[in-house]
Design a protein around this ligand. Structure first.
Ligand SMILES: [Zn+2]
Length: 115
């Protein structure tokens, strides 16, 4: 690595200015690395958001064909899906039965009332 080489060379140089410069460069490099890391994170976030938006906005032929026990039903499918997950993320989360009146979505943790 270039910085390491510079440090090695600097051992033989008794020039305070050079050493200060090297220290400055090291800290600038460290700052840049941090910045690059946070930019990478930001990009990943935006990619995720973008994918979600595409999914939500893209016109989909698929629509719930009806409702049962507060859940969405789809054509040719008897599974009861979470309406909150579908409305917000176009995601089909199958719900689980809690009791005779309530179902539960394991994805968003929403209790879904049968009433
Ligand atoms: Zn849900």
């Amino acid at each position: 690595m270039a910085l390491q080489n510079l440090r090695e060379i600097s051992k033989n140089i008794e020039d305070a200015e050079f050493k200060n410069l090297l220290a400055d460069l090291s800290s600038e490099l460290a700052d840049l690395k941090l910045e690059a890391a946070s930019l990478k994170e930001r990009i990943a976030e935006l990619q995720e958001e973008n994918a979600l938006l595409k999914k939500t906005i893209a016109p989909s032929d698929e629509k719930p064909s009806g409702r049962k026990w507060g859940c969405y039903l789809f054509e040719g499918d008897t599974t009861l899906y979470c309406p909150a997950c579908w409305d917000s993320k176009r995601q089909k989360s199958s719900t689980t039965r809690v009791n005779t009146r309530f179902r539960h979505c394991p994805v968003c943790n929403a209790p879904i009332g049968a009433g």
